[in-house]
Structure formats: C-alpha cells, structure tokens
Design a binder for this molecule. Structure first.
Ligand SMILES: O=C(O)CCC(=O)C(=O)O
Length: 263
C-alpha cells in the first residue's frame, strides 16, 4: 500500500494562536492539493513555547484546536496528526497531540510523556503517562512528541504491539542540535524497522532558532524526503508500507527480543 505523507514545516507565531490557526489551515489546503493521505503538523503549534502565558493562551481541553483539525480533516479528506497544542484540563496544562481520520473523527489523544527540563517545561506542563498507538489511513502507528524521542524504551513499548510507522512531532529542536535530531530519528527507524515521519518547525522565538529538516525515513534508516533547515515548506513523500513488512521478515528483531533481560 502506497501512501503520500505530507509534513507542514511551518513557522509558529509565539503566543498567537489565531495567527497559527490560519497557517495550519493553509497547510491543509496545500497538502490536499499535493494529494496527501496523511498530514502532520509540528509541536505546540497553537502557542509556541509561550509557557509563562499558558493561563491566558492554553486551549481549554483542546476544544478550539480539535474543532479546527476535525474540520480540516473532513473538508480536505485528510488524515491529520495534529502536531501538539498547549491544552488546559482540570487546572493543569498539557502538551497534547490530537489525531483525526479523514472523516474528521478523533482517533487519538496523547499528552507528552517526557518533559524537557532544559526549557523548564516541567515547571509549567504536566506529563502524560499513557502510550499512543492508533490506526490512521489503514496503518497502525505510534505518535510521540519531541523529547520523547530520546527515550527508545518508550517507543519500543509502543512498537512492540505492532505499529509500522512512527509519527513524530517537534518544535523546539534548535539548529545547533539538528544533527542529533537526524541521527536519533534514523536510529529509531532502524531499531523499530518502521517508517518515521517527523515534523519540526522553522523560525525563531525569544530563545532559539529552530532547525527544520523535517524528515521521512524508511525502515532501513534511509532518508526518503527532507525539509531544508530554514524554510517554511510542505515536505511530501510516497511511502510503501509493504516494504516494511518485507524488512521485518528478514531480520526479526521483535521476535528475537529477550525482554526478561531488560530491566
Ligand atoms: O531533545 C532535544 O534536544 C529537544 C527536546 C525539546 O526541545 C522538547 O522536548 O521540547
């Protein structure tokens, strides 16, 4: 089965959800025109890392973001991995991914599990603790957010139940660590024998310049498509999920695992 995946490598206006909603809508139209089956957005696209302003800016239970993403999914018949958005729930803030199928139905919701201390994220945001696997466009997938990628055991926990793709969203990956971003993503693809589709933002905020280089990687770790390091762009690629089945058959790392040794 061949799927066209698209990544919205966008800039994010710090603390301006209404501006960012317009950008998100524009990318859905572009992805539809490009014939995409799946569109993926970056992390925290509603607010950027305006962490001190979350009481004013965070989306109550993600409602406004969910309404927009559902509408775009339905209008353009796109499967959408809604990056992540700053949400508020029961008096706490979360960094939350919502996923919608092309009928506009929500198929997943995930709160980022590993919070990034280097940016004081844990001082403002509460960590999630549930894994995130879902079926999208007929492909069982796992979805994780930014710093989560540095915890291979977290992804392995999810990938052991059968997903064939890792759908990964980031925003705060700065230009000075962009080589690490690429290596980590290629490693996650190879060790999990899975396609990786990874969105990173471009542009700058008060503290950082972000490094783009959104990536589509095959299960052997080859780069199928990549964004530039600085430009806003839609990155697209065709991926053949059948390839991944063949690769898992050749080197059966999942059945060769010895979980009794891993403590
Ligand atoms: O792991 C990194 O280098 C970046 C992580 C990050 O920026 C985040 O999780 O927000």
């Amino acid at each position: 089965m061949t799927l066209k995946v698209a990544i919205a490598q966008m800039n994010i206006a710090l603390g301006q959800p209404e501006v960012n909603k317009q950008t998100v809508a524009q990318y859905a139209q572009k992805a539809s025109e490009a014939g995409a089956d799946i569109l993926i957005y970056p992390e925290m696209w509603n607010t950027g890392y305006a962490l001190t302003d979350l009481p004013q800016l965070a989306d109550n239970d993600g409602e406004r973001s969910r309404q927009l993403l559902a509408r775009l999914a339905k209008t353009y018949q796109l499967n959408i991995v809604g990056g992540s958005v700053a949400t508020m729930r029961d008096g706490q803030f979360f960094n939350t991914m919502f996923v919608f199928n092309q009928l506009g139905q929500q198929v997943a919701r995930y709160d980022k599990a590993h919070l990034f201390g280097l940016m004081n994220e844990e001082k403002y945001i509460a960590a999630g603790s549930q894994p995130n696997t879902f079926e999208l466009a007929g492909v069982l997938s796992a979805g994780v957010i930014c710093y989560d990628i540095r915890f291979p055991e977290w992804l392995r926990t999810m990938m052991s139940s059968g997903p064939q793709a890792i759908l990964y969203v980031s925003a705060e990956w700065p230009i000075q660590r962009i080589a690490q971003w690429q290596i980590l993503l290629q490693a996650r693809a190879i060790e999990n024998q899975a396609f990786v589709v990874a969105a990173n933002r471009v542009g700058s905020d008060r503290d950082n310049t972000f490094g783009g280089r959104s990536l589509v990687i095959d299960p052997l770790g080859n780069i199928v498509a990549q964004g530039t390091d600085a430009d806003e762009m839609l990155v697209t690629a065709d991926i053949d999920i059948a390839d991944e089945t063949a690769i898992r058959g050749q080197i059966p790392v999942f059945s060769d695992r010895r979980p009794e040794l891993y403590r």
